[in-house]
Ligand binder design. Structure first.
Ligand SMILES: Cc1cc2nc3c(=O)[nH]c(=O)nc-3n(C[C@H](O)[C@H](O)[C@H](O)COP(=O)(O)OP(=O)(O)OC[C@H]3O[C@@H](n4cnc5c(N)ncnc54)[C@H](O)[C@@H]3O)c2cc1C
Length: 326
């Protein structure tokens, strides 16, 4: 952890602080390919965006795709991200902008990079950045900064990269090197949003055989690094419950399994969404006095890594082969 002038505030060795814990950085492409690879050929239809969804009789839904195809389904699992059409149809509100935006990018060093295998955080006033190697040739980076509005949508990738560089112009050289080694077309800007799943006020995650998973249900800010992890947890919990219900052969068992998933996951998701939001507000401090306290007292002396990472513990048993194949 460093200040924006390069001064080291604190460093941790993960294994010493929280024995048994590990941090893994996984490239999205690798994760998706790994998840897709065991599926039978043609299970996934690419480039078929969902246009609309409606109830189809008493036991199913009719999905209309933008390419003109339609699908009748007994169970619909909406894992269609933060602007999910499925969540919208189920009555969820639009996610709420939280006052910060993020740039993300992936630097590529074809001959290999010299960055150490560690997570680097750099704190400024109302802005922070980080980078970490994800392989011997690739380094992931992000910048997160305060902005009263998400600003206009910028289509020109060279403008995005330049904007990112301008934000951290005088920051440590290593960070600038990583951004400079990033191809313009992989720099993305994301306004950060979340949705708080208030009991009673928010719809359930499932209704009439339609269920939402991941960001479609619980968009959360990235401050705890848990959005994708929770989406994976959702999927494991849901598939186990669905497999048992489908095997039972009872029609009502599926609806019960979906409701059960909704209840069980809410208890983990809601507190994490709130905590992530509050953490973001603290990390994005821009008051000079508060930032001086953070850099000179809080981070060097008060922060302890174990409790900070406690939220990453989730006991997830192995999926049996019979479950994955139902
Ligand atoms: C700056 C930043 C940093 C982050 N860092 C981390 C981190 O360190 N750790 C972590 O765990 N999470 C992190 N996240 C969060 C993580 O990216 C998301 O939580 C995760 O991608 C959610 O996965 P998902 O499958 O639910 O949605 P997505 O990954 O958004 O996938 C949704 C899919 O649905 C598709 N889709 C959208 N609309 C339609 C439609 N109409 N029809 C068909 N398909 C559609 C999209 O094309 C996409 O393939 C970060 C997020 C941000 C913004």
């Amino acid at each position: 952890m460093r200040a924006d002038d390069g001064r080291e505030l604190r460093s941790f060795v993960l294994e010493e602080e929280t024995p048994g814990q590990e941090a893994r950085a996984v490239e999205r492409r690798v994760l998706l390919e790994t998840l897709a690879s065991p599926l039978p050929p043609n299970t996934i239809s690419f480039s078929s965006r969902l246009k609309s969804i409606r109830k189809d009789g008493s036991h199913g839904s009719l999905l209309e795709l933008e390419d003109g195809d339609s699908i009748r389904a007994k169970i619909v699992i909406g894992c269609d991200g933060v602007r999910s059409p499925v969540a919208k149809w189920m009555g969820f509100s639009e996610p709420r902008y939280v006052g910060h935006c993020a740039f993300r990018g992936l630097a590529v060093y074809p001959e290999g990079h010299s960055h150490k295998a560690k997570v680097n955080y750099i704190y400024g006033r109302g802005i922070r950045a980080g980078f970490l190697p994800i392989s011997s040739t690739k380094v992931y980076w992000f910048i997160c900064w305060n902005s009263v509005s998400p600003g206009p949508k910028i289509k020109d990738p060279s403008v995005l990269k330049q904007e990112a560089l301008n934000l951290v112009r005088s920051w440590p050289e290593e960070l600038l090197d990583v951004i400079q080694n990033t191809s313009e077309d992989v720099v993305i800007k994301t306004p950060l949003v979340d949705r708080w799943l208030w009991p009673i006020l928010t719809p359930s995650a499932s209704s009439n055989g339609v269920v939402v998973v991941g960001d479609a249900w619980h968009p959360m800010t990235p401050n705890l690094g848990q959005g994708a992890c929770c989406a994976l947890e959702d999927s494991v919990v849901l598939v186990k419950k669905l497999a048992t219900a489908i095997r039972s052969g009872r029609h009502s068992a599926v609806d019960e399994a979906l409701q059960d998933y909704s209840r069980e996951r809410w208890a983990r998701i809601f507190p994490l969404t709130v905590r992530s939001n509050i953490t973001g507000s603290l990390l994005q401090w821009d008051d000079p006095l508060v930032c001086a306290f953070r850099n000179n007292v809080m981070v060097p002396r008060l922060v302890s890594l174990g409790p900070m990472l406690e939220h990453t513990n989730f006991e997830c048993e192995m999926l049996e082969q019979s479950v994955t194949s139902v």
